[in-house]
Ligand binder design. Structure first.
Ligand code: GLU
Length: 468
C-alpha cells in the first residue's frame, strides 16, 4: 500500500517548491491507488505562524491537490515523541545533554580556530542515565541528543540519486528533544512517518544530508525505513538558488498574478520531472497517469517564469468561456469597468482570450470595450491615425455610412475595403488606422468582432475623433 505525505512547517506561505513536493507525493499516491497525507510539522514553535496552516490548506485546495488524511498536527502529539525519546535513552541510543548555549558556542569557536569541523563535542555523551535524571529532577535545563557513530559512513539508496554515501563525521549528535520539551524535526519526522505507515518520502534536496540520522533512528527503533526520493533544487535562470529575493516564491503570489491553478501545477510538475518526450501540457489527471519517480532527475530545475506565462496563456486559450469570464471579472471590476452586461462581457472575453498570458492582462485588452476615451497607445499608433490617407478614409466612411447604424461588423469591413479601393489605400494603411481609432492599438482582435461589440454608433464616434 502506497502512502505518501506532505509535511510542511507552518512558517509562512506555501512556497512553489513546497507545492511541487506536495504534488509529486500526491501524484504517486493517486497513481498507485494509495493515500496522500497532510502533516503539519510545527515543532519549531518560534517559527510557527498562526495563519500558515490554513494558508497551506487553501493553496493546496486551489491547486486541486486534495489530501486523504490529516492534517495531523505534530504539536498535538508531544507525548508520542517523548515516549520514543525515552525508549532511545533507555537503550543507550540517546543521552541527556546539559551543555549551555555558551559552552557550545565556545567549543565551536575553538574548533574554528583550530580549523576543525565545528560541532558539538559530545561532552555529555557518556553521562549515566540515572545521574542525568537526578540532575533533571533538580531542575537543570537539558536536551536529548541521539548518538551518532563516531566513524564510518551511511550508504543508502535514494530513488532519484541512486546510491548515496554520507560520512558520519560531518554530522553532530543531533538534538532530538529540545529544552522546551518539543521534539526536533528529526525525531518527529521518523516517528510519524513510521506510525503513519508512510511508504515513500518525497521531499526537497535540502533534507538529503539529514537522511543518515533518520536511517539511524529507524535502526535504533528496529523499524523498516520508507523509500526516499530527494527532489532537485529549484534554480533561477542564472542557476542561483531560487529565493524570495530573486522573485516570487509564494503560490499565493502566482494566484494574484492571474496564473491559473492548472497552469501552475503543470509548470511545477515539469520542475525536475519529464514525461520522456517533448510534451509539455498535462492536466492533473494526465500527470497522475504519467508520473513515475524514475523520471525525476537530480540536476537542479530552472524556474523559468516566461515558460509559466506561456503555459498559462495556453490554459487561458483552452478555458471554457464561462469560467474565463468569471476569472477575469474581479480584475475588470477593480479597473472600474462596467461589466454588468454579461453577454457583452463574454463576447469581449472570447475576443481577447488568445491575446493574454495572465488574467490581469485582460484589463488592458478589454479596455476598448469599456472605456470611451480611447487614445493611441504610443507615437507609432498616433502617426497612423494622423496620416493624410487615414484622415481621408475616416471622412469618407463617416460621410457615407454614419447614418447606417445597422451595419454588421462584416458589412462594415466590406465597406472599408470598397472605400480602400476607391482611395487607393491598401493593406496595413487601411485597417490599422481604424483599429487605432477604435482600440488605441494598431494590432488586435479581428475587426468585424470589434465593431460588433462596440456598435456602429460608437465606431463612428471614435473614428470621428480623428477626421479633419
Ligand atoms: N517539515 C519539513 C519541511 O518543512 C518536512 C521535510 C520532510 O518532508 O521530511 O520541509
Amino acid at each position: 500500500m502506497i502512502r505518501t505525505r506532505f509535511a510542511p512547517s507552518p512558517t509562512g506561505y506555501l512556497h512553489v517548491g513546497g507545492l511541487r513536493t506536495a504534488l509529486f507525493n500526491y501524484l504517486l499516491a493517486r497513481k498507485e491507488g494509495g493515500s496522500f497525507i497532510l502533516r503539519v510539522e510545527d515543532t519549531d514553535q518560534k517559527r510557527r505562524v498562526d495563519e500558515a496552516v490554513q494558508q497551506i490548506i487553501d493553496m493546496l485546495h486551489w491547486a486541486g491537490i486534495e489530501f486523504d488524511e490529516g492534517p495531523y498536527i505534530q504539536s498535538e502529539r508531544l507525548e508520542v515523541y517523548k515516549r520514543h525519546a525515552r525508549q532511545l535513552l533507555e537503550a543507550g541510543h540517546a543521552y541527556y545533554c546539559f551543555c549551555s548555549q555558551e559552552r557550545i558556542e565556545k567549543v565551536r569557536q575553538e574548533q574554528i580556530e583550530k580549523k576543525q569541523h565545528p560541532g558539538y563535542d559530545r561532552h555529555c555523551r557518556d553521562n549515566r542515565l540515572d545521574e542525568a535524571e537526578n540532575r533533571i529532577e533538580n531542575g537543570e535545563p537539558h536536551v536529548v541528543r541521539m548518538k551518532l557513530p563516531l566513524e564510518g559512513e551511511r550508504v543508502f539508496t535514494d530513488l532519484v540519486r541512486g546510491v548515496v554515501r554520507i560520512p558520519y563525521n560531518v554530522l553532530d549528535d543531533q538534538v532530538i528533544i529540545k529544552s522546551d520539551g518539543y521534539p526536533t524535526y528529526h525525531l518527529a519526522v521518523v516517528v510519524d512517518d513510521h506510525l503513519m505507515e508512510i511508504s515513500h518520502i518525497i521531499r526537497g534536496e535540502e533534507w538529503l544530508s539529514s537522511t543518515p540520522k533518520h536511517f539511524l533512528l529507524y535502526e535504533y527503533f528496529g523499524w523498516e525505513p520508507p523509500r526516499m526520493a530527494h527532489l532537485p533544487l529549484l534554480l533561477n535562470p542564472d542557476r542561483s538558488k531560487l529565493s524570495k529575493r530573486s522573485g516570487h516564491v509564494a503560490v499565493e503570489d502566482y494566484r494574484s498574478m492571474g496564473i491559473l491553478p492548472e497552469a501552475l501545477v503543470n509548470f511545477v510538475a515539469l520542475l525536475g520531472w519529464n514525461p520522456g518526450d517533448d510534451r509539455e501540457l498535462f492536466t492533473l489527471d494526465e500527470l497522475i497517469r504519467e508520473f513515475t519517480i524514475e523520471r525525476v532527475n537530480k540536476a537542479g530545475a530552472v524556474f523559468d517564469i516566461e515558460k509559466l506565462k506561456w503555459m498559462n496563456g495556453e490554459y487561458i486559450k483552452n478555458c471554457s468561456i464561462g469560467r474565463l469570464t468569471e476569472l477575469v471579472k474581479p480584475y475588470l471590476f477593480d479597473a472600474g469597468f462596467d461589466i454588468s452586461d454579461l453577454k457583452k462581457l463574454e463576447k469581449v472575453v472570447e475576443l481577447i482570450r488568445t491575446r493574454i498570458a495572465t488574467l490581469p492582462e485582460a484589463v488592458e485588452e478589454t479596455a476598448f470595450a469599456y472605456k470611451s476615451d480611447i487614445m493611441p497607445e504610443d507615437d507609432k499608433a498616433k502617426e497612423l491615425v494622423d496620416l493624410d490617407s487615414s484622415k481621408k478614409l475616416f471622412s469618407v466612411l463617416i460621410e457615407r455610412f454614419s447614418g447606417d447604424t445597422a451595419l454588421t461588423g462584416e458589412e462594415f469591413k466590406t465597406k472599408v475595403q470598397v472605400i480602400g479601393k476607391e482611395l487607393d489605400i491598401k493593406g496595413k494603411l487601411l485597417f490599422m488606422p481604424i483599429r487605432v481609432a477604435l482600440t488605441g492599438k494598431a494590432k488586435g482582435p479581428d475587426l468585424p468582432h470589434l465593431v460588433d461589440i462596440l456598435g456602429m454608433e460608437e465606431v463612428f464616434k471614435r473614428i470621428g475623433r480623428w477626421k479633419p
